[in-house]
Ligand binder design. Structure first.
Ligand SMILES: *Cc1c(COP(=O)(O)O)cnc(C)c1O
Length: 354
């Protein structure tokens, strides 16, 4: 820290992104990216858009917004595009949390929430998940806080039903409830269909996972137009050009070849089931994940040791040091080839550990 760094950030502990090592070619199952590249049409659209990079991008994302609204049956002023959904989540912490509206989220969830809370000097409560990592809905009813729930949750992959989400929304009518649907493409339905019914619901989604566009940085917030207007006030007060021209084009093109992405999503879901069944047969405890990753632990080997031994063998997975989940690893579901390599290496490691 320099002697110039503002006192107000001196205790800030930044988020640690999953490692992206370049020392060798890893089977990369640590950051929940899609193993599939964007479609040819998406690539061509982005390349074509590069011809206009001397101009500022469209701050309103007009074409992208219209295409998204048409695709998901909402109005154009019910969605805001951002630089990845992390950008949208940060705006939500800025806009809807303060001393009288503290944030609340599970103790085991996306690691960025406490960072955003600290960054924005917002008080927050971490509500413990049940023993089995499910959410106890009663803990969130009538709490008078701005609630953040990843659905399905990360890193557990466990989903909350629409009925339970409704219960949380209804019991906190004067607070915003943010449902972070980063992994919605791999499981049950989206809460987007509730935005006309609940004016306190904000849904965030991303193109980073199921849409194969993590490097493009494209996320969005969806909710009633008043909420979206608030977020726009913050966007235009920080960086109106937060989604660049190439990314806007890539996002639009992606929405127009939805079928191809749908196929990829199905492949991931099939591979997930295969991986979960195999891991359970090898003695792992595995949560019922509906995301593009699995969350598992084995009685014979610590989470850290498995992570390190797989890394030595060229396979990257994610290990967390947080006490409650330190025995676990989060493993991204890749192609069937990647899944098979992973399972082979785990087999070798468990054999050695005996
Ligand atoms: C990956 C992820 C995000 C955001 O990703 P972006 O790349 O910023 O869109 C948000 N929430 C959760 C739970 C995630 O796992």
């Amino acid at each position: 820290m320099s002697r110039f760094f503002s006192e107000k950030y001196s205790n800030l502990e930044a988020y640690t992104p999953g490692e992206q090592p370049k020392d060798m070619q890893y089977v990369k199952l640590n950051t929940n990216e899609s193993p599939f590249p964007p479609t040819e049409k998406v690539i061509m659209s982005a390349m074509d858009a590069a011809r206009k990079l001397q101009l500022y991008c469209d701050p309103e994302c007009t074409v992208l917004r219209k295409t998204f609204a048409d695709t998901f049956g909402i109005d154009e002023d019910q969605v805001l595009f951002t630089n990845g959904s992390d950008d949208a989540l940060n705006f939500a912490f800025m806009a809807f949390c303060d001393e009288s509206h503290p944030a609340a989220f599970p103790d085991i969830t996306y690691g960025f929430y406490p960072v955003f809370a600290e960054l924005n000097h917002v008080p927050y409560e971490e509500i413990p998940l049940n023993e089995d990592f499910t959410i106890n809905v009663d803990d969130y009813c009538g709490i008078n806080k701005t609630i953040f729930i990843a659905n399905p949750n990360a890193p557990t992959g466990i989903a909350l039903s629409m009925e339970k989400i409704k219960k949380i929304l209804e019991s906190n009518p004067d607070n915003v409830v943010v449902i972070d649907e980063a992994y919605i493409g791999f499981g049950p339905g989206s809460a987007i269909k509730l935005i006309n019914e609940y004016d306190n619901l904000l849904v965030t989604q991303t193109f980073s996972k199921s849409w194969s566009l993590a490097g493009g940085r494209l996320g969005m917030a969806i909710g009633n137009r008043e909420l979206i207007r608030d977020l726009n006030t913050l966007k235009y007060s920080t960086n109106p050009y937060n989604v660049n021209t190439m990314t806007q084009a890539a996002g639009t093109a992606s929405l127009l070849c939805r079928d191809e992405f749908e196929k990829n999503r199905r492949t991931i879901m099939v591979n997930r089931l295969f991986l979960i069944v195999k891991l359970r047969r090898m003695g792992f405890t595995v949560t019922d994940s509906v995301a593009n990753f699995v969350f598992s632990k084995h009685p014979d080997i610590s989470g850290e040791e498995l992570y390190l031994k797989l890394k030595e063998r060229g396979v990257l997975i994610r290990h967390f040091t947080k006490e409650r989940i330190k025995d676990y690893n989060r493993i991204t579901v890749g192609t069937i080839e990647q899944v098979n390599i992973l399972l082979d290496k785990i087999g070798e490691i468990l054999e050695e550990a005996k």
